[in-house]
Write a protein that binds this ligand. Sequence first.
Ligand code: ADP
Ligand code: MG
Length: 330
Amino acid sequence: EAAINRIAAGEVVERPASAVKELVENALDAGARRVDVAVAAGGKTLIRVADDGHGIAAADLPLALSRHATSKIDGSDLLNIHSFGFRGEALPSLGAVGRLKITSRAGAEAAEILVAGGQMGAVKPAALNQGTVVELRDLFFATPARLKFLRSDRAEMQAISEVVKRLAMAEPFVSFTLRDMSGGGEGRVTFRADAETGDMFDALHGRLARVMGAEFAENALRIDAGREGLHLTGYAALPTYSRGSAVAQYLFVNGRPVRDKLLVGALRGAYADFLSRDRHPAAALFLDCDPHLVDVNVHPAKAEVRFREPGVARGLIVSALRHALAGAGH
Ligand code: ADP
Ligand code: MG
């Protein structure tokens, strides 16, 4: 079991940023309105994610650490998934490659459990006001070969920051903080986004300003278009706000962050007349559809998706963005 978890961990946890992604997604799946992430040494020595979600009952803590024990689907309809996680692999994987401590409160009592190198301890009473705190120390201490592949603290922190910003963009009504604890004490806040208010467009616009800057948000074009069961909403930037890399592309399918060739290609196609090959359009776009029209179950990292009708998705993106650009005088 411990060996299986370590092998699975290689799929789920490539680097500290992938651990952060899994833990923040779990917080969001638990209905958190606040997610606080603290890391030290680029996540290599410490990753801590605290949320105010519904928590885990003491009796369920060992279950949460068991392979394929997810509370999120019943197995009958894998396509119809509304949560970020559904494989029940993240926590067992993290417990196999690091020292994991989960403290959680559901109802009146809080409890904690420790697992290190796949060895699970006993559930003990703990003190916690609300939600869940998951602390992962010494990632990959049990798999030194993996440690060698990690990049500098700075580079790993950068990757963590991007993961947090991507999920913050996906959930504008939730407040996020990212803190670097490397210097000790209370740490240094490197990203903060308070919960946005208003309707979906208001909230996304506010979050866009927070993540990309106010000037960017003020000059972003509002996108709201649909065809054949697919709906595209969000904001796309004028060509002048393009970047030298794809960091400013925030793409979501049914609420999940994706980095999908088809969608990135469609985005590029829409701007093809206005941008040279080395420039990347900036945008935050949400493609929503019936879960049966898209397969998100392609890879554990879930960054790619497969559309039932790729041509429709591509056509919608290209036409909606071209229309918006034309309206802005392009
Ligand atoms: P998955 O997210 O695929 O279900 P995980 O291994 O990430 O699998 O988590 C296992 C289970 O632990 C979840 O299904 C959920 O019931 C519980 N869990 C994990 N993190 C949290 C959290 N922050 N708040 C509440 N429950 C959680
Ligand atoms: Mg999960």
